[in-house]
Design a protein around this ligand. Structure first.
Ligand code: GAR
Length: 204
């Protein structure tokens, strides 16, 4: 019988702890998906190691080998198509995704960001939260559209900012929640339960 599970690709640039949370959720049956492909723009990304250990195809694509953001994304798209990927999850992927992928995978690309969007987009979101003096921060899973960290929101979780927090301690508190909500959001997608209506994502 053909395998009907969602074929997931993860794009990651570094440590890959969110990728690991996804792998763990697949391994223990909380996420019904196949890790079809992991792509990194960094040869030394720990995410690639984690993928290989799980037995998933893991590919380093050197941005220098394909100059131009669109041309680079066209190479990524070829790989996504070759592996018949149904959903792309950005997990600590530190490059901006262009229209080339967004158009081909409209409504089928997700990202996780370590803040309660729309606050603190871009880099160092945890430090931005500390600098602003907010009492609550958190993380957001959202669909990706053109624009950085702007797409329709699927899931959010708040955590307190505590007296004496550093960017590192706040990051760790947020990360624990990232690892919980990202596999959950992907599972909702796998079950066909996410419906985008304008800026809102309804969970059926
Ligand atoms: C995570 O905190 C993720 O939310 C963040 O990078 C970290 C990657 O960690 N992403 C962004 O800031 C995207 N704007 P990981 O490699 O261990 O999953």
């Amino acid at each position: 019988m053909p395998d009907a599970r969602l074929r997931l690709a993860v794009l990651a640039s570094g440590r890959g702890s969110n990728l690991q949370a996804i792998i763990d959720a697949i391994d223990n049956g909380r996420l019904h998906a196949v890790l079809a492909l992991v792509i990194s723009n960094k040869a030394e990304a720990q995410a690639l190691e984690r993928a290989r250990k799980h037995g998933a195809p893991a590919v380093f694509l050197d941005p220098k080998a394909t100059p131009g953001k669109e041309a680079y994304d066209a190479v990524i798209l070829e790989h996504l198509r070759k592996h018949e990927v149904g959903l792309v999850a950005l997990a600590g992927y530190m490059k901006i995704v262009t229209r080339v992928i967004i158009d081909a995978y409209a409504g089928r690309i997700m990202n996780i960001h370590p803040s309660l969007l729309p606050s603190f987009t871009g880099l160092a979101a945890q430090q931005q939260a500390l600098d602003w003096g907010v009492k609550m921060s958190g993380c957001t899973v959202h669909f990706v559209e053109e624009g950085v960290d702007t797409g329709p929101i699927i899931q959010q979780t708040a955590v307190p900012v505590l007296e004496g927090d550093t960017a590192e301690s706040l990051e760790a508190r947020i990360l624990a929640q990232e690892h919980r909500i990202y596999p959950e959001a992907i599972q909702l997608f796998a079950e066909g339960r996410l419906a985008i209506e304008g800026r809102r994502v309804h969970i059926k």
